[in-house]
Design a protein around this ligand. Structure first.
Ligand code: ARG
Length: 441
């Protein structure tokens, strides 16, 4: 790529990320990763990225795991590694290993955060990090006849102290360890601590750095976005078979989502800058889990006119759509349905009912080039069709110059200008010479 191209890309990237930079200031993100992350080549770059987020005013809570480090300690002692239903059974020896391993991991992370940005333009950025007894735990107890001993579950998080540190711009680091009011120490899972922290701190995001690209479907294809309802259906129909880590993260995502944490992200920990790509681009690169669909299909409002113009003017220039002025759009805005994706209008369509003739015109159907061939046109079309039925229309017609086939596939039949409502016939643009297609609903 030549330099000009590079520059243009850089400028575009930076401009596109600015809404996110702005939106993330003073927001609380809980970022969780397993102990594997520490031995990963991407750990040092990750620390840089965390420092960057910190400097952009993001309130950061990091939750680390230590499973491989604990296992190494157990191996050193030739002690057994006991897991029951994916949870470690923590006996006295295991607890000693947990304390040693977690302590070491915590110190290593603190050390990296301390030197994180030397020899970079952020050299002077002084990153402060604290850790402490912020997680209060209780024993998991006996389950299905198994005593989990020192394995615990989170009772609560000391949110006040954590918020106090975050207010000062300090990063809070939580280990998978909890303390009881009687001075006992419990072994916890990363996901447990991250879930409790995200909920209790009312975080804006929970981000898991995972071994895979995110949640993969049966064909091993990455699923970019999932709603709570979609996950519930997939679980019911058992169409997801996930590795243990993804399973745990997904359960956590659902729990925090139900508790009001707006977005949970799963990002591949092996991707350099993965977290930046996920956070500062509209489409991200991992899996996003939200309560409602990430694409919001809704009736357009006057504030959408600017976005609509941006969407449709390139199509008008190509002659695919009829030219429409801002004033016209402002007047006609009530007829429009738009698809909004994180603040950007990526698709639109308008419905004009001719009540007397019980027929409606579907007009101005447009999908942003970056989002074509992903089924959005279909969903938008079906939405309009439903809307037409609800309004009591019996037929829909379109005037098209370019997309006749698409409509024919949807059951539209070629028709004549005289089949249009009289009022519309008068407005027909003979120069444009669009074809008329009609469908009986
Ligand atoms: N950058 C945005 C955010 O942080 C959107 C990310 C979308 N990610 C996805 N996997 N679809 O919220």
């Amino acid at each position: 790529m030549d330099k000009t191209n590079n520059n243009t890309d850089y400028v575009r990237w930076f401009r596109n990320s600015s809404p996110y930079i702005n939106a993330f200031r003073d927001r609380t993100f809980v970022i969780a990763f397993g102990g594997e992350m520490l031995t990963d080549a991407q750990f040092a770059p990750l620390v840089h990225d965390l420092a960057l987020l910190n400097s952009l005013g993001v309130r950061l809570v990091l939750v680390h795991g230590a499973r491989p480090q604990i296992e190494a300690k157990l191996n050193e002692r030739n002690a057994a590694i006991n897991y029951v239903h994916g949870r470690r059974l923590t006996d006295d020896t295991a607890l000693t290993c947990v304390k040693e391993a977690t302590g070491t991991v915590r110190i290593e992370i603190e050390a990296l955060l301390s030197m994180g940005v030397s020899n970079t333009p952020m050299d002077s950025a002084d990153i402060r990090v604290v850790s402490g007894n912020y997680v209060i735990a209780q024993p998991l107890g006996v389950r299905d006849g198994v005593d989990y001993l020192h394995t615990g579950e989170v009772r609560r998080i000391n949110d006040m102290s954590i918020h106090g540190h975050l207010d000062e711009g300090t990063i809070v680091l939580l280990s998978p360890i909890g303390y009881s009011p009687t001075g006992e120490v419990f072994n916890l899972t990363v996901q447990d601590v991250a879930t409790a922290a995200a909920i209790q701190l009312q975080a804006d995001k929970l981000i898991y750095l995972v071994d895979s690209d995110g949640i993969l479907d049966q064909e091993q294809k990455l699923i970019r976005e999932l709603t709570l309802a979609q996950i519930e259906t997939m679980q019911r129909e058992q169409t997801l078979s996930l590795p243990e880590e993804s399973e745990k993260c997904l359960d956590s995502a659902m729990e925090v989502c139900r508790a009001g944490v707006p977005r949970t992200h799963l990002v591949n920990r092996h991707t350099d800058g993965g977290i930046l790509l996920e956070l500062f681009t509209r489409d991200g690169l991992g899996t996003l889990i939200t309560a409602e669909s990430f694409d919001d299909m809704r009736q357009a409002a006057i504030d959408d006119v600017g976005g609509l113009l941006e969407l449709i003017s390139p199509l008008e220039e190509k002659g695919i759509l009829v030219r429409r002025s801002r004033e016209w759009l402002e007047m006609e805005i009530d007829h429009f349905t738009v698809v909004e994706r994180d603040g950007m209008i990526i698709a639109c369509a308008a419905l004009y009912p001719f009540a007397e003739e019980k027929i409606g015109e579907l007009a101005c159907l447009a999908i942003h080039p970056d989002y074509q061939k992903q089924g959005r046109g279909e969903s938008l079309y079906h939405y309009i069709e439903k809307l037409a039925r609800q309004t009591g229309l019996q037929k829909l017609f379109v005037l098209t110059t370019h997309t006749a086939h698409w409509f024919q596939e949807k059951g539209y039949q070629m028709a004549d200008i005289k089949d249009l409502p009289v009022q519309r016939q008068a407005m027909y643009n003979y120069q444009r010479n669009s074809k008329v297609f009609i469908k009986t609903l």
